[in-house]
Write a protein that binds this ligand. Structure first.
Ligand SMILES: C[S@@+](CC[C@H](N)C(=O)[O-])C[C@H]1O[C@@H](n2cnc3c(N)ncnc32)[C@H](O)[C@@H]1O
Length: 254
């Protein structure tokens, strides 16, 4: 009997691990420090026991951070996607933009909520250090596996300079992308671009591992109304903040 009847052998879309190099370094540093510290603790005497205790305690910091990145990649990112997608009251005809889509976590989540008249566009510059196995090919494969080809457009494009006309999108999403832009001024530029391409009445959700208050401020300066900018640690099971904002239908001050 074909294995596909039971679903066995059917490949699933996978969305990768964020910053895989940093995650592996944290896990390796934490685990080796813990092993050396524990060994020293068992074998040593006198002051060396104190040193072993300090080493064990210090190793717990990178170990916990690495483990939280691992748990986020295995579990948390699916919870965050479901939370973010669930915040939008979908009609099905929306134009959606996912900035720094990577392997399509939010893009595909949004595309599944769209009908024939809706479209989700994913843009990225495919940096390998930001996401494991990060490429346009891997994203296209996930789009195919999830069966959303008809509602999706994929483009190589930088968040700082979007090619879309003003007021193109009903929903703009972005997860763990904008902090990868090194300069704060250019991060603000990416926020201004988001505000520019958002339609009046449109909604933006930007998730990050650091507090999102500076993005909230940039959105306010660009005329958006900020609904919230707060931690979502319990959803992500890792460090995460999100700013939720919308573009007023009537510009502020008129
Ligand atoms: C940590 S990954 C997150 C990917 C996806 N949003 C997710 O949550 O699975 C960050 C993504 O942002 C992309 N990125 C980094 N700088 C960018 C830029 N200036 N413009 C567009 N994408 C960028 C990276 O290539 C990477 O795919």
């Amino acid at each position: 009997m074909p294995s596909t009847i039971f679903g066995a052998g059917r490949r699933r879309a996978r969305y990768g691990f964020d910053a895989p190099g940093i995650m592996l370094k944290l896990l390796a540093a934490g685990a080796s420090g813990l092993a050396v510290g524990a060994g020293l603790f068992l074998l040593a005497e006198g002051r060396l026991v104190l040193l072993a205790g300090v080493l064990v305690a210090a190793s717990l910091v990178p170990l916990c951070l690495g483990l939280s990145m691992l748990v986020y990649g295995l579990l948390g990112k699916h919870r965050v996607r479901d939370h973010m997608i669930g915040l939008i009251a979908w009609r099905g005809d929306e134009q959606v933009l996912d900035i720094g889509t990577g392997r399509g976590l939010l893009l595909i989540g949004a595309a599944k909520r769209l009908g024939r008249r809706g479209q989700a566009t994913g843009i990225d510059v495919w940096r390998s250090e930001d996401l494991s196995d990060n490429s346009l090919d891997r994203l296209a494969e996930n789009v195919g596996l999830e069966g959303v080809e008809d509602n999706v457009a994929l483009l190589t494009q930088d968040a700082r300079q979007l090619s879309f006309p003003d007021a193109s999108f009903d929903v703009v999403l972005s997860l763990f992308c904008i902090h990868n832009i090194e300069s704060k001024a250019e991060q603000r530029q990416a926020c201004r671009e988001i505000a520019r391409v958002l339609k009046p009445g449109g909604r933006v959700l930007v998730g990050e591992w650091l507090p999102t208050h500076a993005y909230a401020e940039a959105f306010r300066e660009a005329g958006l109304r900020v609904n919230a900018s707060r931690s979502h640690f319990l959803t992500a099971l890792a460090l995460m903040w999100m700013v939720d904002a919308e573009k007023p239908r009537v510009p502020a001050g008129t």
